[in-house]
Ligand binder design. Sequence first.
Ligand SMILES: C[S@@+](CC[C@H](N)C(=O)[O-])C[C@H]1O[C@@H](n2cnc3c(N)ncnc32)[C@H](O)[C@@H]1O
Length: 367
Amino acid sequence: MLDAYRFLVTAAPDALEAALEELRFKPHHTVWEEVAPGVALLEIEQPLAEWCACIDERPPVFVRHISPVQRELVLEGSDADLERLTRVAQSLAAELTPGRPFAIQTRLLDNDVTHLSRFVVNEQLAAAVQAVTNAPLNVREPSEVVSVALTPARAYVGVSPVSFNRSSWAGGAQRFAREQGQISRAEFKLLEAQAVFDFDWPTFGQALDLGAAPGGWTRILRRVGLPVVAVDPAKLDPRIARDRGVRHLQIVAQRFLPTSERFSVIVNDIRMDARDSAWLMVEAAPALEPDGLAVVTLKLPQAHMARVAYHALSILRGAYHVVGARQLFHNRSEVTAVLTPRAQIEAEVRDRAVQQRRRYRPAPTSE
Ligand SMILES: C[S@@+](CC[C@H](N)C(=O)[O-])C[C@H]1O[C@@H](n2cnc3c(N)ncnc32)[C@H](O)[C@@H]1O
């Protein structure tokens, strides 16, 4: 279905070059131009399947979203643009798999796109595509997406399976509604990590929140039902501080670790250099239960951002299995990593080996 060789790649504006570097697989090359802050139009020179296999093998950290560009339209700035876009979407509808849920995801790459509204484009193109394909529209959980990106001068349109895009949200911009009782904006980072890496919180044992104040992440862990040890020299929000399920230790994490306590969840949002934070997590590793889960945000400097991130991740790999690491939409100068104990993956490999051995063991003979 995907026959494109040009793509829009989206990253945080200051991480775009790092993101593109992650997609440049030797010996093939890529050519790109920045079409908006944090968005590059990329041309690949290697077979698409090979390129995708390379991405799966070495998942990029700084790429938030990839969408194919199968059609590019020069916009006139008039009402006729919507009609022309609709015709383009209809001509691409044949690329959708019949019967599979689809969505139109339109984004404005520039605030100066004033003559087209995201909602109107989504609605009109969805109706036009449905008229041709009869495919079910599912905005929340599409399996295929028609991506439309608009600048004042151009429209970039392409169709892909949502798994290819690396996010089911337009441009990777996953938004959450502000909740009543929300303590901090940092909560969005943890909610997004759970959605992107698709994990369930353990529901047994207790959680450790390093760098907990004012208490947003602690609030989320309490909602899961876990008692929380919150370590931070700063004060917690009174709504969290008076919760009897929260034990606040008003000290730096370096004074708490190592610890003889055990935790099913360890989270770390401490404002400190990514590599120091990774070493703290290494120190915390023995405290994580064998089927536990850890989440850490690694704070990055402006200079050598990618190099520092990869170094911190390599430190983490010494003590954990890194399930995934990404610069999420709600991450500013940081990346989020989700970790499980190394013992967990070693046990999985061992179980697989035992099963394989059983499968190939010759049947016992009667002699
Ligand atoms: C981004 S805030 C954490 C926000 C929190 N996750 C939330 O959702 O409310 C970073 C926190 O790290 C704390 N911090 C900085 N150095 C620390 C250290 N060495 N040990 C523990 N906490 C530290 C700061 O006091 C600050 O409260």
